[in-house]
Design a protein around this ligand. Structure first.
Ligand SMILES: CC(C)(COP(=O)(O)OP(=O)(O)OC[C@H]1O[C@@H](n2cnc3c(N)ncnc32)[C@H](O)[C@@H]1OP(=O)(O)O)[C@@H](O)C(=O)NCCC(=O)NCCS
Length: 163
């Protein structure tokens, strides 16, 4: 039997809630995309750290598409969890929603897929195994496998260009 520790995906869930104050908006009064990216990274890092219990570093963030704006004075909600774990890296998915504080209506703003590497003494290190408990978690894990393939091919292409 493997002595690799195992962690339930549900133990990595994080919810980060932010009021969209003026300093977080762009010139037209909606949330600034760079701020959304920073909060995505922060929320995901907490999930990755809850899973690995080591230092973690972002190694990639997949394409980020903003589907709907979030208005100044509305609420931005970030929910993340570890989708899949490999040898020394994990994928963390983050869903971003905007909430109108007067009606409670929520709108899907973006979904992001981030990859974190576990570091011990500054070097990539083994991560725990992921325990999946539901059909939903299994689906997320399978989809993460597909995304990993495309990410690693992209990285290999970038490395080949630099040579
Ligand atoms: C993260 C870092 C330490 C990884 O070191 P590396 O030598 O590039 O990576 P390795 O080839 O040893 O791979 C380590 C793990 O990262 C994964 N990885 C590397 N590049 C990746 C990418 N672009 N996308 C997804 N996974 C990637 C590898 O698959 C491996 O995971 P695995 O063992 O689970 O398969 C290094 O790339 C780094 O320091 N990058 C900068 C990170 C940073 O500063 N982030 C903050 C924002 S700028």
């Amino acid at each position: 039997m493997s002595d690799r520790p195992a962690v339930h995906g549900s133990a990595t869930r994080v919810e980060l809630t932010q009021l969209v104050l003026p300093q977080y908006t762009n010139a037209i009064g909606t949330i600034f995309g760079g701020q959304v990216a920073a909060w995505i990274d922060m929320c995901a890092a907490i999930s990755a750290q809850r899973f690995c219990r080591t230092q973690v570093v972002t190694v990639s963030i997949d394409e980020l598409h903003f589907l709907h704006p979030i208005q100044r004075g509305h609420i931005a909600i970030f929910r993340s969890c570890v989708n899949a774990a490999w040898n020394r890296s994990v994928e963390v998915g983050v869903r971003v929603e905007g909430e109108d504080p007067l009606t409670g209506e929520r709108t899907h703003t973006a979904s992001a897929y981030t990859t974190f590497v576990s570091l011990v003494d500054g070097r990539p290190s083994a991560v725990p195994a992921l325990l999946v408990d539901s059909a939903e978690e299994l689906r997320r894990q399978a989809e993460a496998e597909l995304r990993r393939g495309s990410r690693l091919r992209h990285r290999a292409a970038l490395e080949a260009q630099r040579r």
